[in-house]
Write a protein that binds this ligand. Structure first.
Ligand SMILES: [Zn+2]
Length: 411
């Protein structure tokens, strides 16, 4: 007789502290009960430890991962070269790497980062691929390939990202449409880097225009500098409402927000809610960050992202969202038990909502994307921020040894 379930996780502790068994069948969570008598093809013992939804990374510059190492090499080479002047800045170095963009080497770095995601129970990533005259569509092609390779283990949403602007970068709009035609999932912009307010508005308008044409969500990096005059997030919110893109519009960074006067922040929070816009904050990758606590007090949807893995902007990172939550527990001063629960939501439920992951959640009928941790509660999970003991993606246990092998083979 065939077993009723494909998988049962026994002796699980939920975040509510309930002790349950969790049964999985056909990729879905089929039952959650104090004791499930039926047998399954495969059973795992959580040993009383925490079992939750899997982790979600809403923001990763996946085409740039591990380019820091190439930059060191580049910088060194140029330093020894006769025509080299002063040391390059991070951005100049990043641009130099981009001139060498080739799907062939990018894919190896992407595989490493995706394998780490599998290892650390991060089953969904919104991943940015630069689209501009230097990167062309090389990053896009590598990320689309990885999306296919990791399907069902780590779901990758590929963002066609106009990193160098649209108004100031000739040809970028055309390339963005080509990227969307290749199959990108999200339209990505960065309005604040344009030179004038008129160009910022034009950048936002073009992104939403492309999003409408391809019926896709929008993700934009807004106001990523220490200038309280930067308010492209407001322009984005207004365009979201105008386009009717509520719930499909996500803002990232908004570091300038840390300098906004309180009355303006309150107006903005109201506008973000009206626009159904979420916000991804990455306080660990820059000295300023969005006003996370105040926004949450106003019931704005906020989550955390990894942002970078070893590129010109941030040296560390390993797609371990528990580590990201741990770091930001300090940077945001989220240190009470209640704060820790919020942090955990910011790398699971809130994050899934921000990027529109369907059928997500630890509930019967949802897709079985789960992690079995080696700790009994959220405090201990954050303290150790270790890889889960078991990762379940789309109802199947992820082969963590294979993830390690992919990492090594592409290193
Ligand atoms: Zn970023």
């Amino acid at each position: 007789m065939a077993e009723k379930y494909d998988l049962i996780i026994r002796n699980a502790t939920l975040r509510s502290n309930e002790k349950v068994d969790i049964a999985v069948a056909g990729g879905k969570i089929a039952a959650i009960a104090p004791r499930i008598e039926a047998k399954a093809a495969s059973e795992v013992d959580a040993a009383g430890n925490l079992v939750t939804e899997s982790f979600v990374n809403t923001h990763l510059h996946l085409c740039k991962v591990y380019t820091l190492m190439m930059m060191d090499e580049e910088a060194l080479k140029d330093y020894h070269g006769a025509d080299m002047g002063k040391a390059m800045t991070a951005i100049e170095a990043a641009m130099k790497v981009k001139e060498k963009y080739d799907e062939k080497w990018i894919i190896k770095n992407v595989r490493k980062a995706a394998a780490l995601a599998g290892r650390y129970g991060c089953t969904h990533i919104r991943a940015f691929a630069d689209v501009d005259s230097k990167a062309r569509l090389e990053g896009v092609k590598a990320l689309l390939k990885a999306r296919d390779e990791f399907k069902g283990i780590v779901d990758i949403q590929v963002v066609a990202f106009a990193q160098d602007g649209l108004a100031r970068e000739p040809g970028a709009e055309k390339l963005m449409r080509e990227a969307m035609k290749l199959g990108c999932d999200v339209v990505g912009g960065i309005p604040w880097i344009e030179y004038t307010d008129a160009d910022i508005a034009e950048h936002v308008r073009i992104c939403f225009q492309i999003a409408k044409e391809f019926d896709k969500p929008v993700s934009m990096l807004v106001d990523d500098a220490g200038d309280n005059g930067l308010r492209s997030i407001e322009v984005m919110a207004l365009e979201t409402i105008k386009t009717g893109w509520q719930g499909r519009s996500l803002a990232h960074h908004a570091r300038a927000m840390s300098l906004y006067p309180k009355p303006y922040l309150q107006k903005l929070a109201h506008l973000l809610k009206q626009a159904g816009m979420g916000l991804v904050s990455d306080p660990h990758t820059g000295p300023l960050h969005a006003r996370v606590r105040e926004l949450q007090e106003e019931n704005v949807l906020v989550c955390l992202g990894q942002d970078d893995i070893s590129d010109a902007y941030y040296p560390y990172g390993r797609n371990n969202m528990l580590e990201v939550a741990f770091l930001n527990s300090h940077l945001l001063w989220y240190t009470t038990r209640e704060d820790m629960e919020t942090l955990y939501d910011m790398v699971t439920k809130n994050a899934a909502k921000c990027i529109g992951v369907e059928d997500y959640g630890l509930k019967v009928g949802a897709t079985a994307n789960l992690v079995v941790l080696d700790q009994p509660n959220v405090l201990e999970a954050l303290r150790f921020h270790e890889a889960p003991k078991i990762v379940v993606s789309h109802g199947k246990v992820v082969d963590q040894l294979k993830m390690d092998l992919i990492y090594k083979e592409n290193s």
